[in-house]
Design a binder for this molecule. Sequence first.
Ligand SMILES: Cc1cc2nc3c(=O)[nH]c(=O)nc-3n(C[C@H](O)[C@H](O)[C@H](O)COP(=O)(O)OP(=O)(O)OC[C@H]3O[C@@H](n4cnc5c(N)ncnc54)[C@H](O)[C@@H]3O)c2cc1C
Length: 572
Amino acid sequence: MSEMFTHDILILGSGIAGLRAALEISMKSDGKVDVGIISKLQLMRSHSVAAEGGTAAVMRPEEGDSFDLHAWDTIKGSDFLSDQDVVYRFVKRMPDEIRRLDRWGIPWSRKPDGRIDQRAFGGHGYPRAVFAADKTGFFEMQTLYDTLLQYDNVTRYDEWFVTSLIIEDGVFKGVTAIDIPTGEFHIFKAKAIIIASGGIGRVSGFTTYSYTVTGDGVAMAYRAGIPLKDMEFVQFHPTGLIPTGILITEACRGEGGYLRNSKGERFMERYAPSRMELAPRDIISRSIITEINEGRGFPGPNDLDYVSLDLTHLGEGMINERLGFIRELTMKFVGIDPVNEVIPIRPVLHYLMGGIDTNIDGKASGVEGVWTAGEAGCESLHGANRLGTNSTAECLVYGGITGNEALKYIDGKELRDFSKDAVQKEKDRLFKDMLKRDGKESVYELRAAVRDIIDKHMSVYRTGEKMEEGLKRIREVKERYKNITVRDKSKAYNTDLVFALELGFMIDVAEVLIEGGLRRKESRGGHARLDYTKRDDEHWLKHTIAKYTPDGPEFEYSDVTITTWKPIERKY
Ligand SMILES: Cc1cc2nc3c(=O)[nH]c(=O)nc-3n(C[C@H](O)[C@H](O)[C@H](O)COP(=O)(O)OP(=O)(O)OC[C@H]3O[C@@H](n4cnc5c(N)ncnc54)[C@H](O)[C@@H]3O)c2cc1C
């Protein structure tokens, strides 16, 4: 039987962004505002626990770091597509987030004199990554969760799958969800929502992301009429472990690791002589692919040719203390001990710079009552390429900002009724249509097809021809999706149905990604085209905005906010 649950504010997702937002609301309202956190996973299994290398913040102004420098690094790293007012707001708020986590008890790695330690990261002109060994995300999640336990205004819905947002007349009213263990369909009413549902990594077959990161929140917002922004900008992290794609953190290079080709050369000398292995990720990823394409890589399995990451000169003591998790990973997964062997790596799909279009407060465009924080949202902090460690940082800052904004918004507001039709339609879609579909297409073959399309047509180097073909293929998959079978017709833990719903979200997201890329006729940050090799500020210094229509996305463009730094050529 369907039930109706009500809360003042709903948070969709329990990663760093969602938990930080829940804490902001709880702290600011003295535990009075009623919050519901819905997560399709057990709360602590959100992908955020996998974050390894660190979280960026200016902690040592007296020793040479500054807000201007962090802002400049972020803006230059973004290939000048970040909104600069957003960047300044972000860098100024970050140090307090680090100190707050410290007070809440996080075990930050420390210097011998007791101060919080910081390490170097790519594209940052100062070593500003605060870290907890190489398990930063895990400790951040633990600390946020522990602190949240002090409040009893928060209700958890673990293993509940949100299927749609209910937005009527431009106002948020609630969501529909399936309680995965029982398979029952339920409705949530709330005055506001913070979407903190994470990225889209699993649209690719070679990705650092866990299997659950399928773009659900991004696609639900899009379907509900909220535009998506800059979706063509997807980040390739330079060092994915062969053959699985497991992340080998950039901290390995921050701590002094080298990249070498098959001739043993530190090839970054050719591409970014001043920053070498600590150039931004887009540049290193392109350099690795160029080395491989020019015959200086190693042949790998499944076309995954690679180069190597060399930590052997760092010494066992340092690797154990600061990169112990990486040693464990490579030993367990590929039988390689980085103390005396090199690690096989290649660029791997890692991060979505784009996402749900929001303003500087994380408020979603064009609707009332919706905010978004973390990887799902795009307030235009990372532009065309994110710097490492700016993402967990963004989750903390925007979890805080959106928690506070949603709290202000609900003051004096009532829960709103919505039309029974909207709910009935969703229920029919799930249980009369999806579950009853008896077509010949397999959900798993189509999921594999999406991955193949993104990997072949939207990889590190793109061309118009490849993207054109990719778009054609994804549209075919979209048609075939209408003809799938959900073989498991039962209710309890019907993961077959969940996978089918996730596939629908992935297809929508992939279409926007490919078409956005095809339309953007330039190379900028993570979007590198072999047929338009130059950045073109005259025509393309703008954000891509994609709006849902039943026949596919419609595109518009919006201005980039430039307050301080004029675009210049990006060299390292
Ligand atoms: C291996 C790895 C290492 C990384 N290392 C770093 C690092 O060192 N530093 C850094 O800054 N960044 C790092 N990143 C990036 C960073 O970790 C992520 O961008 C960030 O943690 C995303 O957090 P989030 O809160 O937005 O979402 P997530 O942590 O991904 O959480 C998403 C939540 O949404 C829920 N959800 C999604 N869909 C639904 C649905 N349909 N119904 C209900 N719930 C749903 C999920 O259950 C989950 O709770 C790393 C990423 C990876 C993959």
